[in-house]
Design a binder for this molecule. Structure first.
Ligand SMILES: Cc1cc2nc3c(=O)[nH]c(=O)nc-3n(C[C@H](O)[C@H](O)[C@H](O)COP(=O)(O)OP(=O)(O)OC[C@H]3O[C@@H](n4cnc5c(N)ncnc54)[C@H](O)[C@@H]3O)c2cc1C
Length: 503
């Protein structure tokens, strides 16, 4: 049996482990931290439960496919609830927009903001639908083995249709004039850590998937995706070793042969799948890789300042499960501050996850659990930031905005607090530049142009995760694991009788 060693137990590592174990490989996952999940982790304290990272369950068919490929029914493992309205967008002028699947409610809200906007939304969604299906079928859910594969004559007209050279904001502006609608239907790029002023119009597919396929939430929390997939992987024979950070990857000529852990233990393998962030692997784990310096010059997504607050007292009805607070009057400036100055905007937009509205047991009876996500620039050696000061400013700003909607006692009700800053993302999960969502998805970093799922020199070293093809987000990383399995089955031989004993 051939041995596969996986570096990292993020969702990409877990899904790869399960798939490869099912395919008959002997699989060992070594994870730096004490648990699976990576960015998709959890905090449980004093009766409060928080998802630390992802909170929007998008593209259910992609999750369903992973479970089915592993011989399981998704519904057996995840009790999914559709969150509808998906979220409430709060604008600077005090108005709100509830985006969801209720077409009548949408018509009333949109036409009140701008006559004819509802009809424009229907056209906008139809366009998003076309981009969604084309992207998924032809560019996201498949391997590209050569540049010709990507730019094949049959793909060129489709690439053109995806409007990669028009920005999302400009495209949205063709449908809507009201700045609130332009902002409310383009900020979703932040899920990919992108600015709508730079992201390609292709990503109008996000609004389609949100409003039509829906935004869902598992009653066990997002972490139940991680626990169920880990259990399935273990059931298929994959082994997980925690508190086992890899220090370096060992190479011999044009092959990788194993890893050395921080404690000095050496583990040999026939194939390695690196789930740890791709630029970090090139820069820190591979010996003198010529691409390591180039990794620094690639574009990265934003980072985030995170607050996890356990509150005593009532569950505020003004907050829905998902809430967006937009600084729409400084919309363009705020993205420039994040993406060009790599800092916290003067007036940041932010997101609040309040899952107790869906799962009442995620806080004590007389309490609430809020996760606040404030997008900010990533780590930049040229522009060092005082992250403690920025964190304090972000916190004060969140309290100010909440007070404006009548929630003026939040600060005094906090009984538990945990925070994350860009340096924490670098330190805890080894994310290059502390970029929360990994490498950016600009036109020059997608498809075949994105760092590949297989190393160009070491043909038995693969990458599954957010910074390789196809990209970031839980369902997209699941696709990455699927594409890696496909490549390994196609490209690697299956020698017999190897085991994971220290060298
Ligand atoms: C705040 C936040 C909000 C998000 N919101 C959403 C959302 O709503 N919906 C959505 O779909 N996606 C969302 N995402 C994105 C999603 O979480 C990621 O795209 C996805 O979890 C990435 O998974 P991964 O397996 O690629 O990487 P990771 O989760 O980073 O896993 C990599 C693993 O490798 C380990 N590792 C690193 N170095 C080493 C080493 N040297 N040795 C051993 N192990 C190592 C790390 O500890 C980690 O466990 C969000 C992310 C964040 C942070």
């Amino acid at each position: 049996m051939s041995t596969v060693l996986i570096i990292g137990a993020g969702i990409g590592g877990i899904a790869s482990a399960a798939r490869l174990a099912k395919a008959g490989y002997e699989v060992l996952v070594v994870e730096k931290t004490d648990r699976p999940g990576g960015r998709a982790s959890t905090i449980e304290q004093d009766g409060f439960f928080f998802d630390t990272g992802p909170s929007l369950f998008l593209m259910p068919p992609t999750f369903r496919e992973t479970y089915a490929d592993l011989g399981e029914r998704m519904e057996k493992h995840l009790d999914l609830v559709r969150i509808d309205p998906t979220y409430r967008v709060h604008f600077h002028d005090g108005s709100v927009l509830d985006l969801g699947s209720d077409m009548n409610a949408l018509r009333d809200q949109l036409d009140a903001m701008e006559p004819g906007a509802f009809e424009a939304l229907l056209r906008f969604l139809a366009q998003g639908y076309r981009r969604y299906t084309t992207s998924l079928e032809r560019f996201v859910g498949r391997n590209f083995y050569s540049l010709f594969d990507f730019f094949a004559p049959a793909n060129l007209p489709l690439l053109f249709k995806l409007k990669p050279l028009v920005t999302h904001y400009r495209d949205t502006s063709k449908y809507f004039k009201d700045p609130r609608l332009r902002a409310g239907l383009s900020f979703q790029n932040m899920y990919l850590g992108l600015s709508p002023y730079e992201a390609p119009a292709t990503y109008t597919l996000l609004q389609f998937t949100e409003m039509v396929e829906g935004v869902w939430y598992p009653r066990g929390g997002m972490y139940s995706i991680i626990t169920s997939l880990t259990k399935i992987a273990e059931g298929l024979g994959a082994k997980f070793q925690y508190n086992a950070p890899v220090k370096s990857i060992q190479v011999d000529g044009n092959r990788v042969v194993g890893v050395t852990l921080e404690d000095g233990e050496v583990l040999k393998a026939d194939v390695i799948v690196a789930n740890a962030d791709l630029p970090y692997v090139y820069q820190d784990l591979l010996p003198n890789d010529p691409k390591a310096a180039k990794m620094d010059r690639l574009k990265y997504t934003s980072s985030t300042l995170m607050f996890y607050w356990g509150l005593k007292g009532k569950r505020e009805p003004a907050l829905l499960h998902h809430n967006i607070f937009l600084s729409d009057h400084q919309y363009q400036e705020s993205f420039a501050q994040i993406f060009h100055e790599n800092t916290l905007p003067a007036e940041p937009s932010f997101y609040i996850h309040a899952p107790v509205r869906t799962v009442p047991t995620f806080a004590p009876d007389d309490g609430d659990a809020l996760m606040v996500l404030v997008p900010t620039g990533h780590l930049d050696r040229q522009r060092p930031q005082d992250w403690d000061a920025l964190q304090a400013r972000a916190k004060a700003w969140v309290f100010k905005r909440l007070a404006e909607i009548g929630l003026n006692d939040i600060e005094g009700r906090i009984v538990f607090e945990h925070t994350l800053t860009p340096p924490d993302y670098r330190r805890v999960w080894n994310l290059a530049k502390g970029a929360t969502f990994g490498l950016s998805h600009n036109v020059l970093q997608v498809g075949y142009l994105r760092p590949h799922n297989r190393h160009s020199r070491y043909h038995n070293l693969y990458f599954a995760g957010a910074s390789t093809h196809p990209g970031t987000g839980l369902p997209i990383v699941l696709l990455s694991a699927k594409l890696v399995e496909e490549r390994i089955l196609k490209e690697q031989s299956v020698p017999k009788g190897r085991t994971f004993t220290p060298a």
